[in-house]
Ligand binder design. Sequence first.
Ligand code: 1VU
Length: 312
Amino acid sequence: MVLCALSTQLLRSSSCCALMARLPTSGRRRCCLYSSTQGFNQEEIRQKLRAFPGGSVDLLKQDSGVAVLTVNNPARMNAFSGSMMVDLEEKVSQLENWTEGKGLVVRGAAETFCSGSDLNAVRAISSPQDGMKMCMFMQDALTRLLRLPLVSVALVEGRALGGGAELTTACDFRLMATGSVIQFVHKHMGLVPGWGGAARLVHIVGSQNALKLLGGAVKVDPERGLDVGLADGVLEADEDTPGASTPVQQAEDWLRRYTEGPVPVIQAVKKVVLAGRELPLLEALRMEKEVFGTVWGAPANLQALASKSKHK
Ligand SMILES: CCC(=O)SCCNC(=O)CCNC(=O)[C@H](O)C(C)(C)COP(=O)(O)OP(=O)(O)OC[C@H]1O[C@@H](n2cnc3c(N)ncnc32)[C@H](O)[C@@H]1OP(=O)(O)O
């Protein structure tokens, strides 16, 4: 059962076997959203993107089971250079194979999130063919980011613009720091989202709100974010208190309520939610059964039964 071949069928109805392959399981080969029939040759695109260097995407995997992914290009407000797109895809691959993972914080360096794609690279690859290739590459990387069997949160400090706003939608949750802004500025650039951000935004805030946010290129501050359902929480600035926790620590604390517990159970929770989010009902139910089978009678379940726990 090879995930790669089957995931090209993403939008089609398929057998139970294919459904299993659609959702990520640790240790499986990584997949591509597109195939060569759609003109997608991942290695060729990687080489093209590497021609636009600068910055990095850094991954810190911690013993707690929570990793921190940092978009790191402060000189350009953490804009994505071509090599950073390749970095991102490689880090997603590493996370797909992280058997001990439970959670992920996605953030930007130097107190700002990400200002989208590097406009210098965009100018240089403005041919429609190359634009489409970059679009497919980023859709693939961000779809796989959202499908990781980890509970993920985007920690938004400063600005998340354009592709940066799209990146926030590839996480399960969004936490906005005081003073931060998420803005789909694409319209002002004569564009629409192309990294999957529009499709994900509709899932998160509904089509009415998505139309308002994209059509008006609205600046979403934390208050508005909570109001439309784009933000799941707000981090208060706490610089004046000595020993106050950093925004990353605050995000990890916030995430803990969802990542506390045994790895197989946390990963199973994410998988059943993902199935419900992405699959038609009958297929989602089958997937839920498969995942249920992996936790029923497993050590965490047996331990809970033996301890006669009460849920007061
Ligand atoms: C997928 C589609 C896309 O993502 S299209 C890209 C959408 N993003 C944008 O259009 C962002 C354009 N940038 C801005 O609006 C401003 O730079 C923002 C981010 C608001 C910051 O403003 P401000 O605080 O005044 O700083 P600044 O403009 O001096 O920027 C500092 C340096 O960073 C650079 N920078 C910023 N964003 C980008 C970007 N997306 N690509 C390339 N470089 C970027 C600026 O050019 C500036 O560089 P320099 O110091 O002048 O060399």
